[in-house]
Design a protein around this ligand. Structure first.
Ligand code: F6R
Length: 261
């Protein structure tokens, strides 16, 4: 795991976007794993700027969202289908026909989940998965005690997650109770993962994921088994990391040939 500690959220977005772009540029039709929520918004803004400047072309890129609420109307502005279309597909110049979001309105949710995993596999797997982390340590919506081997499936959102996401809705009661989420096993199959976290509220989850024991109690800790995981955090999100000085030292001495930003 590479842990990069940066002064502020803007730098987190810039460096994480550079990592994503470096993977995306390796092929004409890269497969991107797309997180929603606040954490990756600066990544998408940076990637959109690269596209606008003609330095990155994502017209043939494929995309798979991490998750979707169950039961929310497609046209609801906070459905992840809406968010991905508005904040990702449009600004990044992606082809909407090549971007998938789990179908949280499917009559048969279990079948939709299985089909989603199959679609990722049929696309050749995810080249680079963008991730945020919940304050309770979730990645995707794999809440604590999710199986570390889980596949895309229905999950019940933790009360903490519904409270944290209430800011996107009129009230916490309007936040859906269930979701479809890529499983931890699904996420682990991505060839590269880039996790970003900003702010003090994420510090405990980041410390648990990066330095804690690997445990379903902190689902993000499964990334310790990932061969190519990059964790990019600001000072506040890094504030509970015991080895923070080592991470700073490592990044400062990164050989030129290994740098991407
Ligand atoms: C989003 C997702 C979640 C979020 C996490 C952090 O698709 O799967 O894991 O990344 O809840 O959310 P924010 O970034 O809003 O703090």
């Amino acid at each position: 795991m590479e842990i990069i500690v940066l002064p502020d959220a803007a730098e987190v977005g810039r460096v994480a976007a550079a990592k994503v772009a470096s993977v995306a540029r390796r092929r004409e039709d890269p497969v991107l794993g797309l997180a929603t929520g606040s954490s990756p918004t600066a990544i998408y803004a940076e990637l959109a700027a690269e596209v606008a400047a003609g330095r990155l072309d994502l017209r043939r890129a494929r995309g798979f969202a991490l998750d979707e609420y169950v039961g929310i109307p497609l046209e609801h502005p906070e459905s992840y289908a809406s968010v991905i279309a508005r904040d990702v597909v449009g600004p990044l110049g992606m082809d909407p026909a090549l971007v998938r979001v789990p179908d949280g309105r499917a009559a048969d949710l279990e079948a939709a989940a299985v089909e989603y995993d199959e679609a990722i596999r049929a696309a050749g797997g995810v080249d680079v998965q963008i991730l945020g982390i919940g304050a309770n340590g979730h990645i995707g919506f794999n809440e604590p005690t999710s199986s570390l081997a889980s596949r895309t499936r229905i999950k019940t959102l933790a009360p903490r997650t519904r409270e944290d996401n209430a800011r996107f809705f009129d009230s916490v009661d309007d936040v859906p109770t269930h979701c479809l989420t890529q499983g931890l096993g699904t996420i682990m199959e991505a060839r590269e993962v880039v996790l970003v976290a900003q702010g003090e509220a994420k510090a405990e989850a980041v410390a648990g994921a990066v330095e804690g024991p690997v445990s379903s109690a902190v689902p993000g800790s499964v990334l310790q088994f990932h061969p190519h995981a990059t964790v990019v955090v600001d000072e506040a999100a890094a504030s509970r990391l015991r080895l923070v000085d080592y991470y700073r030292h490592t990044y400062a001495h990164k050989p030129a040939w290994q740098r991407f930003a």
